[in-house]
Design a protein around this ligand. Structure first.
Ligand SMILES: [Zn+2]
Length: 314
């Protein structure tokens, strides 16, 4: 049997080599909007110089992989990620896909989901922005509530891309109702719920809704660690474990980043709260080491594994 593979900015690795992983962080973000988004708005070397200590800090603490969730038009920059990977040894995973307004280019409103997917599949086949760096997942975003037509198009394009490439889809979702709508649309396109990550799930305060979404079999990402209160995330995590969903949980900070437009990139938030504070808290509440290992190592390896076998003939 072939080993599960994961695509990093330095090429494919065995999923078994992913190690301790932060599944949702950012190195660089530009909130200027799709109209103005450009690598001319920042200095790559300054970004790398500024963010390198933050990456070295977690590498020294045992983090081996970093999923960078900045999509195109929000300063996804694979040259920055590759430079940081070369300098620190961190395994970075980047993405294809698109976010939501105002981070969608005009063209996205005019073309079909199929045409949009073809652009993203081309990034998988040929590389991103003139490099040979390939995406390791598909990043998308929706607003809370039912999906607007453009969001339906973006999610449909993600479904087509996932089936053509085997890549997992992550959607900035925040709300349980929106998550159910995304899952329904993905099921129409025969995408396995296990290929979908409910990003910012901790922002849904109704646990019954979280449980309803979790029962579908998708990934539940609690990615506000260090930003939301530890007590609120821990309470949700304990409920998910109680309900038998340990194999679906992802933990991350949604931290960083060099912020384009702010002097010297602003004040990045470090990626350390999980290891330094939240994991000890989990231990205090009786969560054992095998469970912690499963959540921080095993789950990301399964979540981001490329399932080409599964999709090639579909
Ligand atoms: Zn994020």
């Amino acid at each position: 049997m072939q080993m599960a593979r994961i695509m990093t900015v330095q090429g494919e690795i065995d999923a078994a080599d992913l190690g301790f992983t932060l599944p949702h962080e950012h190195i660089l973000v530009d909130f200027g909007g799709a109209e103005t988004a450009s690598a001319d708005r920042y200095d790559r070397e300054e970004v790398v110089r500024t963010m390198r200590p933050y990456v070295e800090e977690i590498a020294a603490a045992g983090v081996r992989s970093f999923v960078d969730c900045s999509p195109m038009y929000l300063a996804r920059d694979v040259r920055v990620l590759r430079a940081l990977s070369e300098q620190t040894g961190m395994q970075f995973i980047t993405n294809t896909g698109q976010y939501k307004e105002p981070y969608l280019p005009e063209e996205t409103f005019d073309i079909t989901a199929q045409a949009l997917a073809e652009q993203w599949i081309r990034e998988w086949e040929e590389g991103i922005d003139g490099t040979d760096v390939r995406p390791g997942f598909i990043k998308t975003a929706v607003e809370p509530g039912p999906l607007a037509p453009t969001q339906q198009k973006v999610i449909t394009a993600a479904a087509i891309t996932s089936r053509a490439t085997g890549l997992t889809i992550g959607t900035h979702t925040c709300a349980g109702i929106a998550a159910m709508h995304v899952l329904r649309l993905l099921s129409v396109h025969q995408v396995d719920p296990a290929k979908w990550i409910f990003i910012h799930a901790h922002q849904e305060k109704d646990f019954d809704l979280i449980r309803m979404v979790a029962r579908e079999g998708c990934w539940i990402e609690l990615d506000g660690i260090g930003a939301a209160s530890d007590a609120s995330i821990l309470a949700m995590l304990l409920k998910l474990l109680d309900a038998g969903h340990v194999g679906q949980v992802l933990l991350s900070h949604d931290a960083g980043w060099y912020s384009v437009g702010e002097p010297n990139g602003g004040k990045p938030r470090p990626y350390t709260h999980l290891g330094e504070t939240f994991l000890p808290l989990m231990r205090d509440f009786g969560i054992d080491e095998p469970t912690i290992h499963r959540i921080t190592v095993g789950n990301p390896a399964r979540a981001f594994a490329i399932r080409e076998d599964w999709c090639r003939n579909c």
